[in-house]
Design a protein around this ligand. Structure first.
Ligand SMILES: [Zn+2]
Length: 82
């Protein structure tokens, strides 16, 4: 009989981040740890990034140990009345 029109197997669940690779149960709903980390990083960036700006892929493992705050915050020079 006629098919529904989809030629792709419906059993395959695609990674929610890259939408290209099949989901690995260990990293659901992502295909790998990398996609999972990148998705988290993307959310963190978008919290202070302006939509539309070109996003550079900054390696996450290059992050320096921070003391306390500054995670997800924009480093800004502010004039304080001291
Ligand atoms: Zn992926």
């Amino acid at each position: 009989m006629a098919t529904a029109g989809h030629s792709k197997p419906e059993n395959v669940e695609l990674c929610v981040f890259c939408r290209r690779h099949a989901v690995v149960p260990a990293w659901r709903p992502f295909c790998s740890e990398r996609c999972r980390l990148q998705d988290l990083a993307r959310w963190a960036e978008e919290s202070y990034r302006v939509p539309g700006e070109p996003v550079d892929n900054v390696p996450v493992d290059n992050a320096e140990p921070v003391e306390g705050e500054t995670i997800g915050q924009v480093k800004k020079v502010t004039d304080r009345d001291g």
